[in-house]
Design a protein around this ligand. Structure first.
Ligand SMILES: C[C@@H](O)CC(=O)SCCNC(=O)CCNC(=O)[C@H](O)C(C)(C)COP(=O)(O)OP(=O)(O)OC[C@H]1O[C@@H](n2cnc3c(N)ncnc32)[C@H](O)[C@@H]1OP(=O)(O)O
Length: 162
């Protein structure tokens, strides 16, 4: 089930604030990711091929798992309006079809003057880290996101200077 959308503005963020989304990886997710990206690496799509790799079975695309981090950032923390700036990724262990991945994003640093947040990102399967990294996102503040507040702000500017 998809999580409900939640908007957090820059003012709502504090270091340590955390959100977790859980997703069980279906074969159709991996096949769908291969189709939309064109990455048809048989390590993801062919049991026959994957059986001869160190993993022994098909694994998810690393960037599919990373996409789950994007889902947390875009829907929950900070949520709608957040803009990705950068993301580091370390793929620590494979994610297999049927694995349940816990994706946790935690606010690690705030830069109020530029309304940027650094978030620690961790994906784990049964308590084992499979992916970690750091994201920087730009986060709207209330005035920026609320059109009425923006209009009121503009109405304070004398017409000759508007
Ligand atoms: C292109 C696409 O189609 C393909 C994909 O998407 S594949 C899917 C995404 N990738 C994965 O699922 C890989 C998951 N990771 C692993 O299985 C393993 O990490 C590895 C096979 C990549 C490496 O394992 P190994 O060769 O056994 O390395 P060691 O455990 O011996 O570690 C040696 C040192 O390197 C450090 N290290 C290992 N992996 C990573 C990593 N992913 N990121 C950062 N650092 C890594 C490890 O900590 C050791 O460091 P130390 O200082 O010597 O302790």
């Amino acid at each position: 089930m998809l999580p409900e959308l939640r908007v957090l503005y820059f003012e709502d963020l504090e270091v340590g604030l955390s959100e977790t989304l859980t997703k069980t990886i279906a074969s159709s997710d991996v096949v769908g990711f291969a189709e939309i990206t064109g990455d048809r690496n048989p390590i993801h799509l062919s049991e026959h091929f994957a059986a001869r790799t160190p993993f022994g079975t098909r694994i998810a695309h690393g960037l599919y798992t990373a996409g789950l981090i994007s889902a947390v950032l875009g829907t929950r923390l900070p949520g709608p309006g957040a803009v990705y700036i950068s993301q580091t990724l370390n793929f620590r262990a494979p994610v297999r079809i049927g694995d349940t991945v816990d994706v946790t994003v935690t606010v690690a640093e705030l830069m109020p003057e530029r309304r940027r947040a650094r978030l620690a990102c961790l994906c784990s399967v049964a308590g084992e880290s499979v992916l970690d990294g750091e994201a920087w996102v730009k986060v709207p503040n209330r005035a920026e996101a609320d059109p009425l507040a923006v209009r009121m702000e503009r109405s304070r500017i004398p017409p000759s200077e508007a």
